[in-house]
Design a protein around this ligand. Structure first.
Ligand SMILES: [Zn+2]
Ligand SMILES: [Zn+2]
Length: 251
């Protein structure tokens, strides 16, 4: 049993609760009550908030230097907000397994039989990890790694800084960016990460700055291709409107 399974064992609640409204749910292994099943079905059918295409077919959201960014739904409306909120605050194996499976399906639908050398994650800050007792992005990455049959690795660490700041990592000195994140020195082999293609997971992407920052660190440490994945993405309404004006359609 790895460390993470132990976390699940001790934190996971015996009675499953709905991932949206937190009422008890009847069927084991499925994280929604009857009402919220309908809300969830609607949520995952909502189009990209920027280009208006189905999320599975949208390639408009770019999180450089990630080669591609995948997400399950747009972070809009009550159901999306409750799901992200609950994922951050409780570590239920049912929830993470379900969400990771949907993301895994999304990635396979979009990119076929893509494989990764490992899955890693945008680490939670120390305060949040201490408060809730777990790193939600790590739980997501771990569940995704199992589906891809690859290891989940802690390649990054949170420096404890807030926002764009102070510390410049010695591992990517060439880079004039102040950062909240740093490479996990324990993951380096002869000064480099021994992975060529990595999937980087987080719960939500808004501007893409955080995921981009983490992807840059990975690349500066030798990873050739970083793919990003998040449960939710906050659409930029202004961008959506501009596109809609250009295309003469509304959504
Ligand atoms: Zn519910
Ligand atoms: Zn789009």
């Amino acid at each position: 049993m790895n460390g993470l399974s132990k976390v699940f064992k001790f934190i996971a609640k015996p009675v499953p609760h709905c991932l949206v409204c937190r009422n008890a749910v009847a069927s084991a292994g499925y994280p929604f009550c009857e009402n919220c099943t309908v809300m969830y079905s609607k949520l995952i059918c909502l189009p990209c908030g920027e280009c208006g295409k189905q999320i599975a077919k949208c390639g408009c959201i770019e999180v450089p230097p990630c080669i591609r960014f995948y997400r399950l739904f747009e972070y809009e409306g009550d159901a999306a907000q409750c799901i992200i909120y609950n994922l951050k605050k409780r570590a239920s194996a049912v929830d993470y397994t379900f969400i990771a499976r949907r993301l895994w399906e999304r990635i396979c639908d979009t990119s076929g039989n893509i494989s990764f050398d490992c899955v890693c994650y945008v680490p939670r800050n120390k305060k949040g990890t201490a408060k809730y007792g777990f790193d939600h992005a790590r739980l997501l990455a771990d569940a995704l790694a199992k589906l891809f049959g690859v290891p989940c690795k802690s390649l990054l660490m949170h420096t404890g800084a807030k926002g764009e700041q102070k510390r410049l990592s010695r591992h990517y000195r060439g880079f004039a960016v102040k950062t909240r994140f740093d490479i996990n020195a324990k993951a380096l082999q002869e000064g480099k990460l021994p992975y060529k293609r990595v999937l980087l997971a987080d719960d939500i992407v808004t501007t893409g700055n955080t995921m981009g920052e983490c992807a840059r660190i990975l690349k500066a440490c030798g990873v050739r291709q970083v793919f990003g994945v998040a449960v939710g993405h906050t659409p930029d309404k202004n961008k959506g409107r501009r596109l809609s004006d250009q295309n003469g359609r509304s959504f």
